[in-house]
Ligand binder design. Structure first.
Ligand code: ATP
Ligand code: MG
Length: 399
């Protein structure tokens, strides 16, 4: 295999911009997977998988079908223009031949054809009601799951109420059907609305940020598949940089593998990893690169880049909130220089402003001004920036 073929292979294994769709590259999330799988077999119980952006919701939803080979499933994504009818139309159009045969009882040519909701119902589906879709789902004679990803895009109370009604009727009348709801949210009420009648039917499956060992597994699993060696001392740097986001584990994996291939080596050294961090910064999502550049732009040399990079290392509470003193501590730990709180606060104030891309948001905790990143995925980018500022030596953090 030549160099370019190897790089093509690397891009199949590490996919920072694409959800995992095969078990081979799926890592961690065993607890959440088990909770969903148990729910799928429980009549009248439906999992709601939620978490912040980018934590791996779609990837988990994607591999459900592979884990449960005996169960039929169909997965669709919702969008902002959807109505109740258009979501169910998409479910019908997407359903596989096997799903249509086994679950909906279609035979012969009917199951081979692409079906619209209108054909299935036999009338214009625009005004279809939850009870009518439930009647359709009741026909299913095999265990089946309908997975609705990006459910957060459905924002009106009306559409949420229609789905709640549907879940209620399906729970009472169609024991073989599970509706899996997936979306960005802090809690399930935010995603599905507050509907007392279905509380007992919903099972919360929260996807938190990934643990250090889950992040390491993504990185090492990919390198193992590519036959690239690594030292533990390199691998342990990955969780520190990724901050719990699997996207960054893929970005660093991709960059590390490229550095090894360009260096015509077979295992990652610390020098390759430094090179990889530089590639990762150059390859990072434009939104984060642009936000960092706008937030720290000044005509003269300033401390802004180092202060923002230190925010990436600031100790946080469970919700990503930190104080100015946490930034002072991180600045000392990362750059070895003591700054006063008075020196840090004006910079943090600037980072809240629109001209500086609003990289931070102000949060009040017990009457005290605190901060958090507007987009939590900015934190790992700031950690990578800290490495760049340090000449790509990983910071030796004392906290
Ligand atoms: N369990 C996992 N194992 C390996 N890689 C993962 C895993 N979960 C997510 N990833 C990777 O992390 C990135 C984000 O994953 P994914 O798109 O599934 O997240 P998401 O929560 O659905 O994001 P969004 O909120 O933007 O819809 C992708 O690059 C994906 O390949
Ligand atoms: Mg997703």
């Amino acid at each position: 295999m030549n160099k370019y073929q190897r790089i093509a292979q690397v891009n199949q294994v590490f996919t920072p911009g694409y959800p995992v769709s095969h078990q081979d590259m799926f890592a961690g999330r065993m607890e959440q997977l088990q909770r969903v799988v148990e729910t799928l077999h429980a009549p009248g119980r439906h999992p709601v998988m939620f978490g912040q952006r980018g934590v791996g919701k779609t990837s988990l939803a994607n591999i459900l079908g592979q884990v449960l080979q005996e169960m039929l499933s169909v997965k669709v994504s919702c969008d902002g223009a959807d109505t109740f009818a258009t979501v169910w139309n998409r479910v019908m159009v997407t359903a596989s031949v096997r799903f249509k045969q086994k679950a909906l009882g279609f035979t012969g040519e009917d199951s081979e054809r692409s079906l619209t909701l209108s054909q299935v119902l036999g009338h214009d589906p625009t005004s279809t009601k939850p009870a009518e879709i439930a009647d359709l789902l009741k026909r299913m004679n095999a265990p089946a799951a309908v997975i609705l990803d990006e459910f957060d895009k459905l924002t009106t109370p009306e559409i949420k109420a229609q789905f709640a009604d549907l879940i209620k009727i399906v729970s009472d009348t169609a024991p073989l059907i599970t509706i899996v709801i997936v979306g960005v949210a802090e809690n399930i009420h935010e995603l599905v609305g507050e509907h007392e009648s279905i509380q007992r039917n919903l099972v919360h499956v929260e996807l938190p940020l990934m643990s250090d060992s889950e992040i390491q597994t993504i990185f090492t699993k990919g390198l193992d598949r590519l036959g690239i060696g690594y030292a533990d001392s390199v691998v342990t740097q990955v969780p520190m940089l990724a901050g719990g986001f699997p996207h960054y584990a893929h970005l660093l994996g991709l960059a590390s593998a490229k550095a090894v291939i360009h260096g015509e080596a077979t295992a990652i050294t610390h020098a390759h990893f430094d090179q990889a961090c530089a590639y990762a910064l150059a390859d990072a999502v434009e939104k984060y690169r642009d936000a960092f550049a706008r937030a720290t732009a000044t005509t003269q040399a300033s401390r802004y880049p180092r202060i923002l990079a230190a925010c990436g290392h600031a100790k946080t509470d469970g919700r990503g909130v930190f104080r100015a003193t946490d930034v002072v501590d991180a600045f000392k730990a990362v750059f070895g220089e003591a700054l006063s709180v008075q020196a840090v606060v004006p910079a943090l104030g600037e980072f809240l402003s629109d001209e500086r891309a609003e990289v931070l948001k102000a949060v009040s905790v017990a009457g005290r001004q605190c901060y958090r990143f507007s987009d939590p995925m900015m934190r790992p980018y700031c950690r990578l920036k800290a490495m760049e500022i340090l000449g790509l030596q990983p910071p030796k953090l004392q906290h």
